[in-house]
Write a new protein. Structure first.
Length: 197
């Protein structure tokens, strides 16, 4: 009889030990998965920001339309400029800009990565949700400034994770008036920074 009680107590101890271990490890696993997903979404936002900056460099404004932005990335070229000292300037303060060729915008943004542009506007891990993209202009200090903003909410790229975990992560941002997700740019400030930086 004593042996049976000892076996039952040992089984209860093992079960409780496992339950405690799992209660500690579950948040660790969820945070690890969230960081893995965020890394992919942040790279998408960095690529998007680079495309917007290149478009503005060539056209003087940002794009708030996915079709136009994807077409720009796919077909546009940017000049490759070589800057050399002006040979007629003896003070060596003047330079000459010489266009030595053109480079595809796609190649400049993605380098050696292969990116399917038909899915570029989709939030990774979201099963089809689109990155919210806006562009326009604002008045800042009496000057008209071009702005853009792109957003990917937690609800989209954390899909499939426990609802309570997503609720807690969102609350940790909204409680301190921050955007609950990944965001780059701003429609209220002349900024191209991402909220992960």
């Amino acid at each position: 009889m004593k042996t049976v009680i000892q076996i039952v107590l040992f089984a209860i101890i093992v079960y409780l030990g496992y339950a405690v271990y799992e209660s500690i490890m579950e948040p660790v696993r969820l945070n690890k998965e969230m960081k893995k997903r965020e890394k992919v979404v942040i790279q998408r936002m960095k690529d998007l920001r680079k495309a917007e900056l290149l478009y503005k460099q060539l056209n003087g404004k940002y794009l708030g339309n996915w079709d136009s932005l994807v077409q720009f990335i796919d077909t546009a070229e940017i000049p490759v400029v070589k800057i050399v000292p002006d040979p007629t300037d003896t003070t060596y303060t003047k330079t000459i800009q010489d266009t030595v060729g053109y480079k595809k915008v796609y190649k400049d943004i993605f380098k050696d990565r292969k990116v399917d542009l038909s899915k570029f506007m989709l939030i990774p891990f979201s099963n089809g949700d689109t990155i919210e993209l806006h562009a326009g202009q604002i008045e800042k200090g009496g000057v008209t400034v071009q702005v853009f903003e792109a957003k990917a909410p937690y609800d989209s790229y954390l899909k499939g994770m426990p609802k309570q975990f997503i609720t807690n992560v969102k609350a940790s941002k909204t409680d301190i008036d921050l955007y609950p997700g990944i965001k780059v740019g701003s429609m209220t400030e002349p900024s191209t920074s991402g909220n992960w930086e």
